[in-house]
Design a protein. Sequence first.
Length: 108
Amino acid sequence: MNEEWFSVEFSRNLVWISLLSLLSVLSVYVEKGRHRTLVLSIWTAALALGVLCLGACAVGLAVGQPKHVFGPLLVVGAVMTVVFGTTLDSIRRSYQDAELRKTIAQDI
């Protein structure tokens, strides 16, 4: 068996990364149509982090890492990918709607 990627103590702390899903509070800016680049960049980066964690979990399973290594990677990856992946398109649409509202308001 390969050497463990990280210790049991570190793996307990790794799950706290899934609290990044609380970044969904940035949706306040989405409703107002503000900070589009910042919010979309954070959303994309968080989604990429989730996918990377899922990939690392798959590699960990393939090379025979113990459960305390691939388990937290699976949890973090699943939470981040689901939270940010399912809302990315709706956020883009919301920004487009906000931009349309601004354009209509300027034309009036």
